[in-house]
Design a protein around this ligand. Structure first.
Ligand SMILES: Cc1cc2nc3c(=O)[nH]c(=O)nc-3n(C[C@H](O)[C@H](O)[C@H](O)COP(=O)(O)OP(=O)(O)OC[C@H]3O[C@@H](n4cnc5c(N)ncnc54)[C@H](O)[C@@H]3O)c2cc1C
Length: 408
């Protein structure tokens, strides 16, 4: 019987294991994860209010793994991957042989170099344990400083405000969400945070951080000091590539895979946050995505390719973020866009369409309350997938249904 081993029991690894069964693979499956919890969803960690709501929200009940014939090993780290011997070495000393292996090792939160990190009052947010530790400070009268105006930091800021905690956000660049969100959309988010009482400071450099009397003290480069009950460092994530590096696999902003999610070594695949892959719809440009839907889709795609089904990556990148009652959705990649057209959807909601020189729709960014932009972003995603060159006048006219552009 063949044995497929999946390293990393997060969103992508768990989805891949179930997808193998759904697609009819009848060999052995071992899913190995460092975390002690059964695989769970990460998005609620920054969005949900109290400790209970923050989860863990399990991807599947623990019984389902056994019922599906998936050997789930939690609290076990794979320490070594040997492509020649086709085996992995586990942290409990065992060696496990494989026929094919999938790396879904994800990413970890980046930390600031050389300034008092990893301490009780200076934390990051990637795991359920991180979320629980943060929730303990998210109460009225406490003050949290978020370093980095990215998605996770801003989502946590919104959640903390809803719980009555004071929040200051420190961003090094001139505005928040500089990576991946157009200014017009970022402004809406920034205004909403200000309205809710979040103190957002941009263009700020941090000189040092230390812990004093159960508090964190941040010294800014301009000489100002800020005290906090807790500092959340939200400055992005780094792919977990150590095993792949050790095994001699090609690395290029993550574990480099081809359109079938194959690494540079035979019978070794990678998927999700840990890998970079070529996107055919953008001329084969290599990207690494840190997104929930990408992790799900690539889990299923890796399963198909491990079974020899030969399915290439074709999905359009898609990402969402919830802050207060506002939802932001982005489909596609806007790099290379020269024209940005706005379609108003009412009640303050709008979508920006990003087009290249030739008028091809590259991406769409939408923001609005609740589900206001969901349907149109979905249609934009379909237009992007077919490499459409929609009529600019029709894109901005909210009276013209996007569906009609798809038919055209
Ligand atoms: C707080 C938070 C909020 C988010 N919100 C959104 C959102 O709103 N929208 C969105 O699109 N995306 C969001 N994301 C991103 C999304 O959750 C990730 O893209 C997704 O979890 C990636 O799945 P993955 O399986 O590739 O990696 P991960 O979920 O990181 O899982 C990888 C797993 O592998 C384990 N592992 C690593 N190395 C080893 C090893 N050697 N041996 C064994 N196990 C190992 C890790 O411990 C981890 O459990 C959010 C992420 C976070 C952290």
């Amino acid at each position: 019987m063949t044995h497929f081993v999946i390293i990393g029991a997060g969103e992508c690894g768990a989805r891949a294991a179930f997808a193998l069964r759904e697609k009819g693979y009848d060999g052995e499956i071992t899913l190995i994860g460092s975390e002690t919890l059964v695989p769970y969803e990460r998005p609620p960690l920054s969005k949900a209010g109290d400790e209970e709501a923050a989860g863990p929200k399990f991807i599947a009940k623990v019984e389902r793994y056994a019922e599906s014939g998936i050997s789930l090993l939690t609290g076990i780290t794979v320490q070594h991957l040997n492509p020649e011997a086709k085996s992995v070495t586990l942290s409990d000393g065992r060696a496990v042989a494989y026929d094919k292996v999938l790396l879904t090792t994800g990413a970890r939160a980046r930390m600031l170099q050389d300034i008092g990190v990893g301490s009780k009052h200076i934390r990051s947010l990637r795991t359920h344990a991180d979320a629980v530790a943060l929730r303990k400070v998210m109460v009225p009268g406490k003050h949290i400083v978020v370093i980095g105006g990215g998605f996770i930091g801003l989502e946590l800021a919104a959640t903390a405000r809803a719980l009555g905690t004071d929040v200051t956000v420190l961003e090094g660049l001139e505005r928040v969400l500089k990576r991946g969100v157009p200014e017009e959309v970022a402004e809406v988010i920034c205004e909403r945070h200000s309205l809710e009482g979040v103190d957002i400071r941009c263009g700020v450099a941090i000189a040092a951080m230390k812990e004093e009397d159960e508090r964190a003290v941040i010294q800014l480069a301009d000489g100002n000091m800020i005290e906090a009950d807790l500092v959340l460092v939200g400055i992005g994530a780094t792919p977990n590539t150590e095993l792949a590096v050790d095994a001699g696999l090609k690395i290029d902003n993550g574990i480099a895979v081809d359109e079938f999610l194959r690494t540079s070594a035979a019978d070794i695949y990678a998927a999700g946050d840990c890998c970079s892959f070529p996107l055919a719809i953008y001329g084969g440009r290599r990207v690494r995505l840190e997104s929930w839907r990408n992790a799900q889709e690539q889990g299923a795609l890796a399963a198909a390719n491990m079974m020899g089904l030969g399915e290439a990556v074709s999905a359009v990148p898609w990402f969402w973020s919830d802050q207060y009652d506002v939802t932001l959705q982005i489909a596609g990649l806007a790099e290379g866009a020269v024209r940005h057209l706005r379609r108003d959807l009412g009640d303050g909601a709008f979508i920006l369409f990003h087009l290249d020189q030739a008028g091809r729709l590259l991406a769409a960014s939408g923001i609005g309350r609740g589900n206001a932009v969901a349907r149109d972003i979905r249609l934009a995603e379909m237009l992007i997938a077919v490499r459409a060159h929609p009529d600019p006048a029709a894109l901005v006219a909210s009276s013209v249904k996007l569906k009609s552009l798809l038919a055209a």
